[in-house]
Design a protein around this ligand. Structure first.
Ligand code: NCD
Length: 341
């Protein structure tokens, strides 16, 4: 049903499993541009399904998906749960607060336990960078990274790209890739896995990415990743097509990184006045959860013609459906999705 051979974009990527030859989705850093486009294109059918009254497919019927979340989450966990259920899988959520992790079990023992239960896909969120990769080494099924420390959050970057593609399309622009677009990512770049995954994803799709943060929240050497670095938000916004705002990741801060939330808002908060100085159609994005009045003002977050924050949430379910579908194709014996040499 979802083979790339039947996709309207078949020429954009190799046929069958060569379109996406990975067992796991651990980061955007592991993906080629055509593999990103493949996942975005695959998600379109699920956007359409999710807009119908009956939102159900049997593609993953009989499969078990475990969502193992060792860190707090609202939208990512719910989104993965809804995605798995809409594909007909049995979905089980494991919250670390109620798990044996609290009794001192190691991550590797937890992985071995999940593996013994014969999960067909494991979705993991963990506070340590690299934890999802560690688990992937210990299990026999696909592993999807739902955010690992400050490292990567690949499905967030993919859903952001899909939301942007849809927003541009609604404006009548060809939105197949983002060549020519200037995208500002502003906030706590240092601690943000969303910033890292988005930088990689948006650049792979051709966009120019500007990173904006106070010096203390900007990783050193980030210019080496091809980003333009700004400490003045107004200068970064000048000529920008998109402003992607990030929350201060206080849970990852050791010590004082900003003088006060008030000063941070003054210098780096997206206010209506500040947005008015940018282009007349600059789009506003935020991965959530938002801290209204800190990195973004309510009147901007809720601007219907500019903010695509709720569309991001909508696209999250479709992207996760696409990832779960594609990664389980080999195990399901989908034609053309056998072993990749
Ligand atoms: C992000 C995360 O967890 O990294 N949230 C999300 O997944 N939507 C961003 C954040 O927590 O600020």
């Amino acid at each position: 049903m979802t083979s790339s051979d039947t996709s309207p974009h078949a020429a954009r990527y190799p046929a069958g499993a060569l379109a996406f030859p990975h067992r796991d989705l651990l980061g955007i850093g592991q993906l080629e541009r055509h593999e990103i486009l493949f996942l975005l294109d695959e998600a379109e059918q699920w956007v359409a399904l999710n807009r119908q009254r009956t939102k159900h497919s049997d593609a993953l019927a009989g499969l078990t998906i475990i969502n193992a979340f060792f860190e707090n989450s609202t939208r990512t966990l719910l989104s993965f749960e809804i995605a798995g259920k809409r594909l007909g899988a049995d979905v089980v959520n494991m919250h670390a607060a109620q798990s044996s992790v609290k009794k001192g079990e190691t991550l590797i023992d937890t992985a071995i336990t999940l593996n013994a239960m014969r999960a067909d896909a494991i979705v993991i969120r963990h506070g340590s960078s690299g934890a999802t990769g560690l688990i992937a080494d210990k299990v026999d099924c696909p592993v999807l990274n739902a955010g690992d420390g400050q490292h990567e959050h690949p499905t967030q970057a993919l859903l952001d790209a899909l939301a942007l593609r849809h927003a541009l399309r609604e404006r009548g622009e060809t939105a197949d890739d983002f060549t020519g677009l200037v995208i500002v990512i502003c906030g706590d770049i240092l601690h943000s896995r969303v910033a890292r995954s988005n930088l990689l994803c948006l650049q792979a799709l051709g966009a120019t990415v500007r990173l904006c943060a106070p010096p203390a929240l900007m990783p050193s050497g980030i210019e080496g990743m091809g980003a333009e670095v700004f400490h003045d938000f107004d200068a970064a916004l000048d000529g920008a097509d998109v402003a992607m705002m990030l929350r201060l990741q206080t849970e990852r801060m050791n010590g004082q990184f900003i003088p006060s939330a008030r000063e941070y808002h003054y210098l780096y908060g997206l206010t209506k006045a500040r947005l008015e100085k940018a282009k007349s159609d600059t789009l506003v994005m935020h991965p959530g959860p938002m801290n209204r009045g800190v990195e973004i003002d309510s009147e901007v977050a809720d601007m219907i013609d500019r903010s695509i924050i709720t569309q991001q949430v909508e696209m999250g379910v479709a992207i996760r459906m696409a990832c779960l579908d594609v990664l389980t194709r080999r195990a399901r014996g989908v034609e053309g999705w056998g072993e990749v040499a």
